[in-house]
Design a protein around this ligand. Structure first.
Ligand SMILES: [Zn+2]
Length: 159
């Protein structure tokens, strides 16, 4: 996801990038390709880059531990300038050297996708923890007489 900025005239340009998640350095939790829609605005002293990126992720549900797919989306704006006295402490503010011809978005797209993974991972909004009674019923109770009491208990609970 590289943009050649040498000889770029002032104005707005739009780019669409597609790159395999693995080539971006995203781990095996991410599937297929990362899509990034980029709007670049060049003015006399700086380049502003607005990025909308998305990728499919394979996650494990926090409640039922099932695997599920979910799209991770992110958007951010980065500013590149040749002017040295900008607020360089800002994460999204980059100082360009005169000889820099390329803006490489790979690093920031990766970082922003990673911080956009939801803190709570649920396969569906109303996912519930599996019912423990059902788990007990999966055991064959006939083979062992000690299960009889438990079976009675389960039956009583159901009634
Ligand atoms: Zn779940």
């Amino acid at each position: 996801m590289k943009i050649n900025i040498s000889g770029l005239s002032e104005g707005i340009l739009v780019y669409d990038f597609v790159k395999p998640a693995i080539e971006l350095g995203l781990d095996q939790n991410f599937l297929g390709k990362v899509h990034a829609h980029v709007t670049l605005e060049k003015s006399a002293h700086q380049i502003t880059v607005m990025v909308n990126a998305s990728v499919k992720g394979l996650f494990v549900c926090d409640r039922c531990t099932d695997e599920f797919e979910e799209e991770v989306k992110t958007s951010f704006t980065s500013v590149y300038t040749w002017n040295n006295d900008g607020e360089a402490d800002d994460d999204d503010f980059y100082i360009l050297r005169k000889e820099d011809n390329i803006i490489d978005l790979d690093g920031s797209v990766k970082e922003y996708l990673l911080i956009s993974i939801p803190l709570k991972l649920l396969c569906k909004k109303n996912c519930t923890i599996p019912d423990s009674v059902n788990v007990i019923e999966d055991v064959d109770p006939v083979a062992d007489p000690r299960w009889e009491k438990l079976q009675k208990l389960i039956r009583t609970e159901k009634n």
